[in-house]
Design a protein around this ligand. Structure first.
Ligand SMILES: Nc1nc2c(ncn2[C@@H]2O[C@H](COP(=O)(O)OP(=O)(O)OP(=O)(O)O)[C@@H](O)[C@H]2O)c(=O)[nH]1
Ligand SMILES: [Zn+2]
Length: 197
């Protein structure tokens, strides 16, 4: 591979730009050719966007909750689409998240589930961690009777490179409270209700 390209760092607004300028050179391309000239800047801007979840706190996103006396049965928000970045290869993995919980006097605004998935996905991640962080955030903020999250995703690092198996899906699950304690009774209900879709 080539040596690092020479361009004064003053010409870069974002330090990420400088590093991508060098990477483009190192792979054997010309970072000064017209089509690539603005690419380091675009990538820097994109990285600030797709990793913006690192600056956000899941508990804060769910922070606003509401009382709901008598709401003591399962609530499911399903098919929340997301795009994340695999922390091993820095290529996308994407799919859908399904979240269920049984309230314990307090409920969460429905949009906040999508916001929660969004900020957890906008970080370098592994699928298992996002799944667990979803239920941990719910536990922390509203102490539900139980919480469950399922994520189904395709990993580009398995599709476009490496083992090259496009279409293969990974499913992860995380359970807290009653979902982990009642020998699968609530978990089975959750999956039955999901299948109704
Ligand atoms: N458990 C888990 N593994 C992941 C996730 N995303 C990517 N991986 C895996 O991370 C692993 C990294 O394995 P390594 O052997 O260190 O890297 P590699 O040589 O590039 O592996 P290959 O992908 O098999 O070519 C691979 O098996 C990926 O499939 C994820 O969200 N969860
Ligand atoms: Zn990967």
């Amino acid at each position: 591979m080539r040596a690092e390209a020479v361009k004064s760092s003053e010409t870069f607004i974002d330090p990420i730009e400088k590093h991508f300028y060098d990477i483009i050179h190192l792979i054997g391309e010309d970072p000064e050719r017209e089509g690539l000239k603005e690419t380091p800047k675009r990538i820097a801007k994109m990285y600030r966007e797709i990793f913006s979840g690192l600056d956000e706190d899941p508990a804060e996103v769910l922070g606003k909750t509401f009382p709901a006396e008598g709401a003591n049965d399962i609530v499911i928000v399903q098919d929340i689409p997301f795009y994340s970045v695999c922390e091993h290869h820095f290529v996308p993995f994407f799919g859908k998240a399904h979240i269920g919980y049984i309230p314990n006097g307090r409920i969460v605004g429905l949009s906040k589930f999508a916001r929660l998935v969004e900020i957890l996905a906008r970080r370098p991640q592994v699928q298992e961690r996002i799944t667990n962080q979803i239920v941990d955030a719910l536990e922390q903020v509203i102490q539900p009777v139980g919480a469950i999250a399922v994520i189904e995703a395709e990993h580009m690092c398995m599709s476009m490179r490496g083992v090259k198996k496009p279409g293969s899906k990974t499913r992860t699950i995380a359970r807290r409270g009653i979902f982990a304690k009642d020998n699968g009774v609530q978990e089975e209900r959750f999956f039955r209700l999901l299948e109704k879709e």
